[in-house]
Design a protein around this ligand. Structure first.
Ligand SMILES: *Cc1c(COP(=O)(O)O)cnc(C)c1O
Length: 388
């Protein structure tokens, strides 16, 4: 049986508490940074691990008119839930040939198109569905990932999309792009990408494209590059209360509050002698007689194995460190002789204002970014929503 299906009264082994009140406050903070722009709540990858539908609903309550996902399947699941108002626009951008274009057209999704193959597939789908598709043309202004190259490629894509629009097969609802280095303040690529975006938009508009929205700003650009806001901003990580990068300051510096708190009940507390090896490989040896606490979370739950020996955990008011290797389902902390007892709470990360570490602390311990810490928390950990 899935732990998610357990009755709410059963004390869970571990849980990710999701504070939707914090999420709504973060959305309002971000909207205030971009007052003239519409707001797209990015909820790809199950809402960065927080739960896509619950987060999308909370964001809409706080004023988001758009929701964004990577894959069409994610977007279709949101529309199919029926839990979002029908006038909330849902956009997805990561398509591969043979994707569910027809379902997307019928679900009124805004679909991103970066090349002619995709334009052809969406036109066929719109023809079959007998209704126009909502298409947003994506420009690669320098990220070097998805998006149409400037120059001849863009000219051809714009011309083909306009022809399809005149034929009634689609409506070009947006022109958009994505930054490479907006989390590095003053990086020259930001101004270069903005300049190229303006040129590519101007070219399309001069040919007759009338987009509802032009957009390029992710979280760091929403927070720090006002000239990038155009008609819409697309924050993800900041909405979940994480700073996009330590260079931009902490979440608190940015007026954001972390939404996820990850905690577990200690499965065992026991006394051990000095010189006792701990966990696979014995990379930790108890320096003297001590107590060990067993935390029932491991890399199968998304706890990064790279944080073996370094990840911080709050237990009974004190910061402890992962002792030895993080295993698939569990890891150990040295409690230094304290005996909080089985069932005591181990808080891996949260907002930080109750003395607990933050996802950013875990990112540093594991040599990664906060995005990855929250996004990888696995399906075995139930999400518990508060402040709905
Ligand atoms: C993930 C993503 C975002 C949000 O990025 P953050 O850095 O989390 O704000 C915006 N746009 C696109 C295209 C994305 O893939």
């Amino acid at each position: 049986m899935s732990e998610n299906a357990m009755p709410p009264s059963a004390p869970p082994r571990a849980r990710a508490e999701i504070d939707l009140g914090a999420l709504r406050a973060n959305v309002r903070t971000l909207r205030a940074k971009a007052p003239g722009a519409a707001f797209m709540a990015v909820v790809k990858a199950d809402g960065y691990g927080h739960g896509a539908l619950a987060c999308a609903r909370a964001a809409v309550q706080a004023g988001a008119g758009w929701v964004g996902t990577a894959t069409p399947e994610e977007a279709l699941a949101l529309r199919g839930s029926g839990a979002l108002p029908a006038d909330v626009r849902i956009m997805c951008w990561l398509w591969t040939p043979g994707g569910p274009w027809r379902e997307a057209v019928e679900a009124d999704l805004d679909v991103s198109v970066s090349g002619l193959w995709a334009l052809e597939e969406v036109m066929l789908a719109a023809h079959a569905a007998r209704r126009p598709a909502r298409v947003q043309l994506k420009a690669d202004t320098g990220l070097g990932r998805n998006g149409c190259q400037p120059g001849e490629d863009w000219d051809r894509l714009v011309a083909a999309a306009l022809e399809a629009e005149e034929g009634g097969l689609l409506r070009i609802t947006g022109l958009w792009s994505h930054f490479a280095c907006a989390d590095e303040p003053g990086h020259p690529s930001v101004a270069a990408q903005l300049g190229l975006f303006r040129e590519m938009v101007a070219y399309a508009e001069a040919r007759g494209v009338r987009p509802e929205v032009r957009h390029i700003a992710n979280s760091p650009a929403t927070l720090t590059v006002p000239e990038s806001h155009f008609d819409l901003v697309r924050p993800g990580v900041a909405m979940y209360g994480l700073s996009p990068s330590p260079q931009l300051g902490s979440a608190a510096d940015l007026g954001l509050r972390p939404v996820m708190t990850l905690a577990a009940s200690l499965a065992l507390v026991k006394q051990v002698p000095g010189g006792h090896g701990v966990s696979y490989g014995h990379h930790y040896m108890t320096p003297g007689a001590t107590t060990l606490g067993l935390v029932p979370l491991g890399y199968a739950d998304g706890i990064p194995r790279h944080a073996s020996g370094t990840g911080p955990v709050l237990v009974a008011g004190k910061w402890r460190t992962v002792a030895g290797r993080i295993a698939m389902d569990q890891f150990v902390v040295d409690l230094g002789g304290d005996e909080p007892g089985a069932g005591a709470q181990a808080v891996l990360f949260g907002p930080g204002d109750r003395g607990e570490p933050t996802a950013e602390d875990w990112a540093q311990a594991a040599g990664t970014i906060g995005y990855e810490i929250v996004t990888r928390i696995g399906a075995r950990v139930p999400r518990v929503y508060v402040n709905e």
